[in-house]
Design a protein around this ligand. Sequence first.
Ligand SMILES: Nc1ncnc2c1ncn2[C@@H]1O[C@H](COP(=O)(O)OP(=O)(O)O)[C@@H](O)[C@H]1O
Ligand SMILES: [Mg+2]
Length: 369
Amino acid sequence: MLVNLAPDLRRDLRIRAAEHGLNMQDAAASAISLWLDTPNAPEADVQGAKSWGVFLPVGLPGRFIDACEERHITKVQGMAQAIKVWLDAYPSPDQRLTEQPVQRILVGNQKGGVGKTFVSSGIAQACAEAGKRVLLVDYDPQGHLSSRLQIEGIPEGGESLLRHMTGKAEKHIARSLVALPHDRFGGRLHVLPADEDAFLMDADLAVMQIGRDRALINALAPIEQDYDVIVLDGPPNLGLAMDLAIHYVQRRPGELIERSGILIPVWSDKSSFKAYGLLSRQIDTVEKRTGAVVDQLGFVVNAYDSRKGTVMRAFYEGWQELTTPGTLATLKDAVEGREASDYEVPLLDYAPDSQHAEVMRALAKELTA
Ligand SMILES: Nc1ncnc2c1ncn2[C@@H]1O[C@H](COP(=O)(O)OP(=O)(O)O)[C@@H](O)[C@H]1O
Ligand SMILES: [Mg+2]
């Protein structure tokens, strides 16, 4: 069922559901059932509601729609009421959650040009601007992320991520990092630049005899405690390096569900659905082989332009209807994004008031809430 829901409510629902060990779909179903049994639910604020696809058990959508009609309210109002009622009925567990590990987000999709680099950089910037300590890892051998931030590779005295992953590095990995100088990031945004040797990553990993699955975990472990969030800009293929990145963002013991995981930029076109099918399969394969649980955090539908006609609109709606995961944000095709990349200036510094920047901030807020 497609309903509209304010982002704040959606976020509260996601967090509260996780605190109770539920996924969002189950929490939404529970909320609607509760609301059906609550004849005079208080009116709720529906400002800024955005489309949200939710998968409900058979029969529930019908009963919900009937009840909305009986109560003379819109579906939007009904859904907002249901979630409010549920949030009141299921408060945060008193026992604050045990300390969480560093949050790890892989921005991944083997399809090239869908906006992985744009989105990973944008959310990392937004997180840092909001006060988080962020590590942004350029995990694509092409190094676009680094060059768009005017970073010329690993700094003097540092060694490549691949050397750290294969156990060849001699220096601490902290020496490989570059801090972005812009005031707005307050020195909190660090980049691990790509090195050309990353083109050999799959080959080097393939001959690694022991500890391959943990190569990325081991490489980043010495600096994890210095960060609140680690964002990886994924590679444009589904090779071994991608396997390790998927493995790296797996849910750790005691970690909230849908906190770390994969964020998937997509386009509104047919090949994006195909690409997602392949990516999904690879995630399944890594899970089966290693026993890891890897959360898909959601889609970012990128470069959307409704003026581009009905086909694009139909695919756009297709993404909106997917629910596990769902669409977290839509980025329009806008000039600021391209210019920021071309001029090699971080988006939030180049166009801080642009819609792109606002979407990145909202997305970062939702992901790290
Ligand atoms: N929403 C957007 N509006 C305008 N330009 C965009 C948008 N998203 C990405 N771009 C630009 O499109 C190009 C490809 O995006 P990029 O993030 O490099 O994709 P990927 O990393 O998936 O290959 C870049 O030049 C980027 O700045
Ligand atoms: Mg890229």
